[in-house]
Design a protein around this ligand. Structure first.
Ligand code: ZN
Length: 303
């Protein structure tokens, strides 16, 4: 009988975000043995602390067989590219060109898988969350920015780059004519109009603090509904999971479902089967853990 040494099944997982890096050493069965939340400051300091966490955790608990990273973007995901794994034109100061993957490879000499944070989260929700049993799922996050990841038959979608759903063009709400939008590249793309950053720029407060403002909820709900409709039309996915900081406002999801259902107007089979979209457009079943679980799954899938 062969018994695998327990450290053989360990995976290092990193969810690299614009405000924090979530790191975990995870067992093959998904149990988290050690984890740490590291604030995102400058790349040098942040990466040193990430490497320090994994060095200490592996010394104590055993070596990881591989690492998985779900990162904010944009990031080069073309394995044939000389800049594979590096952050690209991120507006986050100092981070363009940063290579989290290479830093882990050089320090620990293990294979490292990388994908976007939202593709990782989509993978986790598809495998063991809100999309269990389905073949296709899209995961959308609405926070400081807006992003989306796509899973089809267990694979995440990328081509020349990865999906950049936050920057789609949307039809302007006439009530919103005076607001220019905050996207540094496009002004009034979806992210420029409906992200947490846009909400604070427009009203000087988070959506939670505008709880009684029906107009604010309608406006943001309407813009996000346009994303939902576009996703449904473009990908024909079986379910959309929507999470992120802005979505913690409990009244927003019903508004988005309502507006999206009106836009679709019975055209798509998913909406005919589920006119209120309560089964089609859902919150993440894994809550805030979908990103880190997805990062671990990226590594496992590579092995
Ligand atoms: Zn944009």
């Amino acid at each position: 009988m062969t018994v695998k040494p327990p450290e053989d099944s360990l995976i290092g997982a990193v969810e690299a975000g614009g405000s924090k890096f979530q790191c975990a050493l995870v067992r093959g069965d998904g149990q988290v043995l050690a984890d740490r939340r590291i604030p995102t400051t400058d790349p040098g300091e942040t990466l040193a602390r990430v490497l320090g966490f994994f060095a200490e955790a592996q010394h104590r608990l055993g070596a990881a067989r591989a690492f998985g990273i779900g990162t904010f973007g944009p990031v080069d995901l073309d394995p044939g590219s000389p800049t594979y794994g590096r952050l690209l034109t991120t507006p986050k100061p100092g981070w363009a060109g940063t290579d989290v993957r290479q830093a882990l490879i050089e320090r620990f000499e293990r294979p490292v898988a990388i994908d976007t944070d939202v593709n990782a989260a989509a993978l986790a929700e598809a495998r063991c969350g809100a999309g269990r049993g389905l073949r296709s799922l899209v995961y959308v996050t609405v926070g400081t920015g807006i992003g989306g990841g796509v899973v089809q038959d267990g694979r995440t979608l990328h081509g020349s780059t990865h999906p950049e759903m936050g920057h789609i063009l949307v039809r302007r709400d006439p009530r919103d004519a005076g607001f220019a939008g905050v996207c540094p590249f496009h002004g009034d793309c979806l992210e420029g109009l409906a992200s947490g950053t846009a909400i604070e720029a427009r009203w000087g407060a988070r959506l939670d603090a505008l709880a009684t403002s029906t107009d604010a909820l309608d406006l943001i709900g309407g813009y996000l509904a346009q994303l939902v409709v576009s996703i449904a039309l473009l990908t024909a996915c079986e379910r959309i999971v929507i999470g992120g900081g802005v979505m913690t406002h409990g009244a927003l999801l019903p508004r988005i479902r309502n507006a999206a259902s009106r836009f679709i107007n019975g055209y798509l089979p998913v909406a005919r089967a589920d006119p209120t979209l309560e089964a089609y457009l859902v919150p993440p079943a894994l809550g805030e853990r979908s990103g880190i679980i997805g990062a671990a799954l990226l590594a496992q899938r590579m092995l």
